[in-house]
Design a protein around this ligand. Structure first.
Ligand SMILES: [Zn+2]
Length: 69
C-alpha cells in the first residue's frame, strides 16, 4: 500500500500529489515540494508539519460505500 499527499487537501491551488511507501517518505517529499514550489518551509513550523502529516492518506483503500463523511 502506498500513501499520498495532495497539495489541494492543504488548501493550496495546486494539483501536485506526492506518494511514497511510508508516511515519512511522503512527508519528506511534501516538504521538498512545498519549499521548491510554494516557497514554504514546513519544517519551520511544527504545527504546519503536523498538519501536512495529518493530510497524508492511504492509497489503494477504496472508501467504503455509504460511509461518506
Ligand atoms: Zn503544491
Amino acid at each position: 500500500m502506498t500513501k499520498s499527499f495532495r497539495c489541494r487537501d492543504a488548501g493550496l491551488v495546486c494539483r501536485a500529489q506526492v506518494t511514497g511507501e511510508t508516511e515519512e517518505e511522503v512527508l519528506g517529499q511534501a516538504i521538498a515540494h512545498a519549499r521548491e514550489v510554494h516557497g514554504v518551509d514546513l519544517t519551520d513550523s511544527r504545527t504546519l508539519a503536523r498538519h501536512a502529516q495529518s493530510l497524508i492518506r492511504d492509497d489503494g483503500r477504496p472508501a467504503p460505500a455509504g460511509a461518506g463523511t
